[in-house]
Design a binder for this molecule. Structure first.
Ligand code: OSB
Ligand code: MG
Length: 368
């Protein structure tokens, strides 16, 4: 196939409610949508970098710079037979995984459409539905958090993840556990702690959490191995796994017993699958993380989460948990058994509503 045209859209989408983590509050999701045209087909990909560099050094604006100056010009006009051919052109560009992943994902979508198969099928997915949970941000009061969780449980989410930070941790977990002794519960610290907090995490063991996500440095693996050795609860790495090489190192060091895979963070669907395969061979459960994606990134997440090793519920909630109106039709809806159905149509299997994409666009640029 030949890449005839690339269009990039820097978007801003209002969230239905602010999302607060240990590193800040998001009220609007900024990101970039890439549309790649080849052989008369259009593939879409989403760059999940946010407005601020709290989770990653990448932001929507750095990704815009990298995509427009270095990535899109490198692949315009090229012939490709796999998403790997596209990624190979990006090898001279160091880092910027989220920027690269947007075009890689669009290439997968267009290839799947050309083969008339779903992205899930092209990736080797085996599940018709994927298990999902919901990630609940920091709230102004414990009462507000408990109320929010109660409503998500009523919606049908069977796994709850709560964000923690110093001052909003053990007591909050205790209150949630007291109210729902059996619910599948996990916490995400987004790197807000240090090894000096070991006793806090030891105290969490009694609450039977599914896992504790990224308690220590965003770029640390070794100190997580020291902490994991003291805990019954599995640690799960998110921020510090940027590649399959990092995953291999983390498992060898016993720095975690679970890995959160995000397509953007690791630089594309092929690298995400590579990490999945590596973990699957070692019986390490993985799950699909989320970045408050629009329906475009969500469709790619659902597809990768349909691979057999994604045994824990993903942060891939229904469209309505994030946006009043998603960019795709049909929007993703929660099934009664806390799953999302994997689209079966060609490629992403959802229709991008161009008028909504344009309405959300802050700036756009076309190549070719
Ligand atoms: O750490 O998993 C995270 C959102 C933005 C940045 C980082 C994270 C998150 C989430 C939200 O937890 C997950 C979702 O998309 O529902
Ligand atoms: Mg996380």
């Amino acid at each position: 196939m030949k890449i005839e045209q690339i269009e990039l859209y820097h978007i801003s989408m209002p969230l239905v409610a602010p999302f607060e983590t240990s590193f800040g509050v998001e009220t609007e999701r900024h990101g970039i949508i890439a549309a790649l045209r080849a052989d008369g087909l259009t593939g879409y990909g989403e760059c999940v970098a946010s407005r601020e560099p709290g989770y990653s050094y990448e932001t929507a604006s750095t990704a815009w710079h990298i995509l427009t100056e270095f990535l899109a010009p490198r692949i315009l006009g090229m012939e490709f037979a796999s998403a790997g051919d596209v990624m190979a052109r990006f090898a001279p560009v160091c880092g910027h995984a989220m920027a690269k992943a947007a075009l890689e994902q669009a290439a997968w979508d267009v290839l799947a459409q050309a083969k008339n198969v779903s992205l899930s099928k092209l990736l080797g997915g085996t599940r018709p539905q994927v298990n999902v949970g919901v990630s609940v941000g920091i709230h102004p009061t414990a009462a507000a958090l408990l109320d929010r969780i109660e409503r998500y449980l009523a919606d049908g989410y069977k796994r709850i993840k709560i964000k923690i930070k110093p001052g909003w941790d053990l007591d909050i977990v205790r209150q949630v556990r007291a109210r729902w002794p059996k619910v599948w519960l996990q916490v995400d610290a987004n790197s807000a702690y240090t090894l000096a907090d070991q006793s806090l995490f030891e105290a969490m063991d009694e609450f039977k959490l599914l896992l504790i996500e990224q308690p220590l440095g965003h770029d640390d693996i070794y100190e997580h191995s020291l902490l994991q050795a003291h805990l019954a609860t599995p640690l799960c790495l998110d921020e510090s796994i940027l590649s399959a090489a990092h995953a291999r190192a983390a498992l060898a060091l016993k720095a975690c017993r679970v890995i959160n895979i995000k397509v953007g963070r690791v630089g594309g669907l092929a690298e995400a699958r590579h990490i999945h395969n590596l973990c699957h061979k070692q019986n390490i459960p993985v799950w699909c993380g989320g970045m408050l994606e629009t329906g475009i990134g969500r469709a790619a997440n659902v597809a990768i989460a349909s691979l057999p090793g994604f045994t824990l519920p993903g942060d891939i909630s229904a469209s309505a948990r994030y946006y009043a109106e998603d960019l795709v039709e049909p929007p993703f809806a929660l099934n009664a058994d806390s799953t999302l159905s994997v689209p079966t149509g060609p490629g992403l299997g959802v229709r991008v509503i161009e008028a909504r994409l344009k309405a959300a666009t802050l700036r756009s640029e076309r190549f070719g």
